[in-house]
Design a protein around this ligand. Structure first.
Ligand code: AMP
Ligand code: ZN
Length: 139
């Protein structure tokens, strides 16, 4: 289940070079070409899915198993003290390659990377109202 012109499908098929760090039956992992820090890795399913709503849940499990193998190796090699597992869905959230991928980003204390600016709710009522609306939409 691959797409002919998808960048990551082409990397998986070996049509475009990559710095491969891990491969199994379901998963391919390689270094991000424009990393936050050295060791920044992309973990992708070999089958083409657009985003996290699209991927088969069982296949997502294989990705998580791979992340558990890969992340300790990245930490060891980079001397990181922690790491992110990040995954962007849709352009508004920063997705630029529409073949689902999980970023493993190694982190060190004081490395200067910021992810989001905390913005509190106006009041507790607004927060409870938001939670209630979302709960009502979950099927
Ligand atoms: P995202 O913005 O979450 O869609 O992430 C896409 C990532 O793919 C970016 O961090 C890019 O630097 C990375 N990327 C794009 N082309 C390549 C490539 N040929 N090899 C490795 N990483 C790539
Ligand atoms: Zn693809």
């Amino acid at each position: 289940m691959q797409e002919k012109d998808c960048l990551f499908c082409r990397i998986i098929r070996g049509e475009i070079p990559s710095s491969k760090i891990y491969e199994d039956e379901y998963v391919y992992a390689f270094l991000d070409i424009a990393p936050s820090f050295a060791g920044h890795t992309l973990v992708v399913p070999k089958n083409h899915y657009k985003n996290i709503l699209d991927i088969d849940a069982g296949e997502a499990g294989h990705i998580f198993a791979a992340i558990q193998k890969i992340a300790p190796a990245i930490i060891k090699v980079t001397g990181a003290e922690g790491f992110h597992v990040l995954q962007n869905n849709n352009e508004a959230a920063g997705q630029t390659v529409f073949h689902i991928h999980f970023h493993i980003i190694p982190r060190k204390t004081g490395d200067g990377m910021t992810l989001w600016t905390p913005t509190p709710y106006e009041n507790m009522e607004k927060m409870l109202e938001t939670a209630q609306k979302i709960r009502a939409e979950i099927q």
